[in-house]
Ligand binder design. Structure first.
Ligand code: ZN
Length: 274
């Protein structure tokens, strides 16, 4: 699930979250074209004021996050890709990423939280009652936690480097349907897969009808933005274990900033999802 427009919309200049991230994926993979999400879909997760800010702002809205005249369209299309990934049980190859976008605040390269929008869409439009989200991006999914962390119908688990950007997601930050798994810098495949056992137990007990994966690839050993050591085959194994957790599984691209390795990492995850 993707769209040719992702390489045209939301130009970020020399920023690591660049249009080239999608261009290298489009060179590798064929895809079905997604449709944009509606504002109604986005408003299940975000405040009207944030939607208006993303629609009208021009320039940097924080140190990492830019809004251009096409960013609103890109953010709606990215959320739409996540929704279509749920419909088709596929992988949304989209940008900008979403998991740092809180209810009322865009931040950390993220404008709308596509994975949260897709989870609430599945509940509203498919009638699903229990949805789980597993976030293996190297950064804590603070936006997703802000939106669904205290929602008893959506289980959220995040594995991430900690302490690290954005600072949240520490060991004491837990809830009934919230599991944070902070991991030390330098953690590789063995540490990730060990830690993943706790995620598997918790998600299994929650009995989700749908699992959404916030699939970032910035925990890879060659990513320029972080310090983890997950290998290509480590991502295959994480995906394989996610695929066993629910009858329906879909994935959404989050981070991953090494243009040379990103297509191989997505391919490795696709192999694991089966
Ligand atoms: Zn990230």
């Amino acid at each position: 699930m993707s769209h040719g427009a992702f390489s045209l919309l939301h130009p970020t200049g020399g920023h690591p979250e660049s249009q080239e991230r999608i261009e290298v994926l489009h060179e590798r993979f064929t895809f079905d074209e997604c449709a944009p999400a509606s504002e109604e879909d986005v408003l299940r997760c975000h405040t009207p004021a944030l939607v208006e800010q993303v629609r009208t702002s021009r320039g940097w809205i924080d140190a990492d996050t830019i809004c251009t005249e096409t960013s609103f369209d890109a953010a709606l299309l990215a959320a739409g890709a996540a929704i279509d990934a749920v419909r088709r049980e596929g992988f949304a190859l989209a940008r900008p990423p979403g998991h740092h976008a809180e209810r009322a605040r865009a931040m950390g390269f993220c404008l709308f939280d596509s994975v949260a929008v897709a989870a609430r869409w599945a509940q509203a439009e498919l009638g699903l009652e229990r949805v789980a989200i597993v976030d293996w991006d190297v950064h804590h999914g603070n936006g997703t936690e802000d939106i669904v962390g205290d929602d008893p119908t959506i289980f959220f688990a995040s594995l991430h480097q900690w302490p690290f950007y954005p600072g949240s997601g520490g060991p004491s930050e837990q809830g009934e349907t919230l599991l944070n798994v902070p991991l030390a810098a330098g953690t590789g495949d063995a540490g990730y897969l060990d830690a993943f056992a706790a995620v598997e137990r918790a998600v299994h007990d929650f009995e989700p009808e749908l699992l959404l994966v916030s699939a970032g690839f910035d925990a890879h050993e060659q990513d320029p933005l972080a310090d983890m050591r997950v290998s290509v085959t480590g991502f295959t194994e994480l995906a394989r274990r996610c695929a066993a957790l629910a009858p329906r599984v879909a994935a959404v691209l989050e981070g991953g900033y090494n243009l040379g390795t990103l297509p191989d990492l997505v391919e490795a995850a696709l192999e694991g999802f089966g």
